[in-house]
Design a protein around this ligand. Structure first.
Ligand SMILES: CC(C)(COP(=O)(O)OP(=O)(O)OC[C@H]1O[C@@H](n2cnc3c(N)ncnc32)[C@H](O)[C@@H]1OP(=O)(O)O)[C@@H](O)C(=O)NCCC(=O)NCCS
Length: 178
């Protein structure tokens, strides 16, 4: 099984048994899901298990759980998806579901480690990511790792009857520094 280590975290492939009630609760939590497309459907143990098994069956998708090294606790997920083998591109998405774990630098470690995995192991030449215009924490994480804003999609999504734009970011293999 693939395993990636950062200073504070272990990332490993998820299996269906990793879908717990706590994991379901993260995805139904309005603070966590306000920037996630998963918010449009009430999440259940079954929907989370189905998501894990469909990602694991998809050759263009690499789903990892994010676990604290100190105590093994599962705190979120990260995925490289939509891998286009012809153009050697993929899209990175993540969430830290456990709110006690926000603002500790964990997402920055995750994005750096998964970008490295995408470039070194999957041999991608470009990694992309998107975020809502008001998700300034997420934008900051990608910029810190070296992603650049490649575009801004106006009036792209809607939340609470308000239209919002989205940033589109990318990093090239030869720009990425560990
Ligand atoms: C967004 C998210 C991934 C950030 O994770 P995190 O572990 O807290 O991120 P880090 O601690 O590595 O870095 C956050 C950075 O953003 C900054 N930040 C956080 N909130 C901010 C805000 N409202 N405005 C500006 N900067 C902000 C922090 O200060 C930090 O930057 P710094 O290291 O320069 O001080 C996490 O909050 C999350 O998963 N949220 C819910 C789901 C989600 O938004 N997923 C991403 C979808 S694109």
């Amino acid at each position: 099984m693939n395993k990636i280590e950062t200073v504070d975290l272990v990332l490993r492939e998820l299996v269906e048994d990793d879908a717990t009630n706590e994991y379901v609760d993260w995805l139904n939590d309005k603070d966590v899901n306000r920037y996630l497309e998963t918010r449009h459907v009430l999440q259940t143990l079954q929907s989370c298990r189905d998501f894990i098994s469909s990602c694991n069956a998809d050759p263009g998708s690499y789903l990892f759980g994010i676990f604290l090294k100190s105590n093994g606790r599962h705190i979120g997920n990260v995925k490289i998806g939509f891998v286009n083998k012809i153009y050697a591109r993929g899209q990175l998405s993540l969430f830290i579901g456990d709110k006690d774990c926000w603002d500790k630098g964990y997402a920055t470690q995750v994005v750096r480690a998964m970008t490295s995995y995408a470039i070194e192991n999957l041999k991608l030449k470009k990694v992309e990511a998107g975020c809502y215009e008001d998700n300034l924490g997420s934008l900051r994480v990608f910029l810190k790792v070296g992603y650049v804003v490649e575009g801004f999609m106006r009036s792209h999504v809607e939340r609470d009857s308000k239209r919002l734009g989205c940033f589109w970011l990318g990093i090239l293999a030869d720009e990425f520094q560990q």
